[in-house]
Write a protein that binds this ligand. Sequence first.
Ligand code: BG6
Length: 486
Amino acid sequence: MIRKLPQDFVLGTTTAAYQVEGSTDADGRAPAEWDCWYNRPSSTFDGKTASEFYIHFKEDIARCRQYNIKALGISIAWTRIIKNEQGEVNEAGLAFYREVIDCCLENGIEPYVALYHFDSPLFIFEEGEWLAPNTVEQFLHYARVCFKHFGSRVKHWITMKDPVSLVVNEYVTGLFPPAEHYEISKAVHALHKLLVAHARTVNLYKSMNLPGEIGIAHRAEAVYPLAGSWKNERAAALDDAFTNRFLLDAVMAGGYSPKTLTDINDILARDNDSFAPAQAELATLREAAGRMDFLGINYYTSHFCEAWSGEDDIQHNASGLRGSSSYALHGVGRRLAKEDVPTTDWDWSIFPHGLYDMLLRIHEEYPAKPLYVTENGLGLHEQLPEPDANGARIVEDDDRIDYIRQHLSAVLDAMDEGVDVRGYFVWSMLDAMSWLNGYDKRYGLFFVDYKNQQRYPKKSAYWFRDLAKSRIMLTVDALRTSVLAP
Ligand code: BG6
């Protein structure tokens, strides 16, 4: 079906500081936990140069304009703004982001600015990061500096991106520093602190009377039971409690529902732990939920679960070799591939229906708020082709175009059901460092040749440019055809 995107629907692309900037030693930047992590002898890549956005941002932003990209997601690196635990401010870092933001505005591009995308300063990390008593205050200090300096020009703030993924990878999968395995209890406590930091940041922003809006971006992953038994349904409910409900309850409803608390405590029972938030923190969550302007959804994949009473077993597929991953948590559940759902080379299910379901569910279960899809995209192994007859070198990423089309179709379907979705951002503007997979998993609309940092528009960049201009799209109808368990 041919459909038209509303004229005011935001179509953008996005990035994250550590994944694109490089220049990790430039202009007084403080070390990040990730610098040390990628310095380990076993690491096969690092973020020292990444996509050199720090150096090439002017050309990159100008290129966005040429491709009708009117909104750009960036994140500010805490490490470039705050020098040390005393909270000293780095003027050179402020100057860099002032230039980036101004450059966006001069090009007619609306910046959507995240304060935190996984990249804690080393001095924060060494104290225990989100499990340490002072981190929330330190984050607020950093946020206040950013609001003060950029608050009159930035109209869309995101407090943080994907806090659930952060703590899961830090404490459960062991894939992010500090690389702890199966410590669900630490993940829950750290996540709660992140959500309190988010809430206090929203309250701070609102107290400063700035002319913009603020939200958070949640990596939403729909969780479905595999057919067969109430046990699988219970497994999916437990997985969902931590993957989605804990965060959504806190930021949208302003507190954890009794059901979420019961499920989280059922999970924590396996570690002989429990979770009971302090009343003062709940009051902060409540206040912020009423004041938050929008919710961002980062969507890539969904999960199909069965009950699991075997050993914990998480294996990560870092190389893009299909079928090499596993995810099973004793007493919680095991995620399995579903035969009729396609996957990426990295074993992520490609399931636009999950995005539709998440949007509907948030609309139905939580107080009304505008939603944005703040990230969505497809990682592929890609190579720069030889020049064609016209000398152009265009990566033919039809699979990415299909992926975006399918997911945008799901968004339009959700909007037809009354869900208030205001925009959609492709992850990512240009190829970037993937935290776990390095430079071989590419997401960009623009190809980066890492040998010389040249950029090349992919076929998807041209497709997106035309879509942003015409706003007309051939949508995918089979979307709602359910491959779910009956
Ligand atoms: C998102 C993160 O959830 O997933 C990004 O916000 C990340 O930082 C993206 O790059 C894709 O993940 P990956 O592991 O494929 O790079």
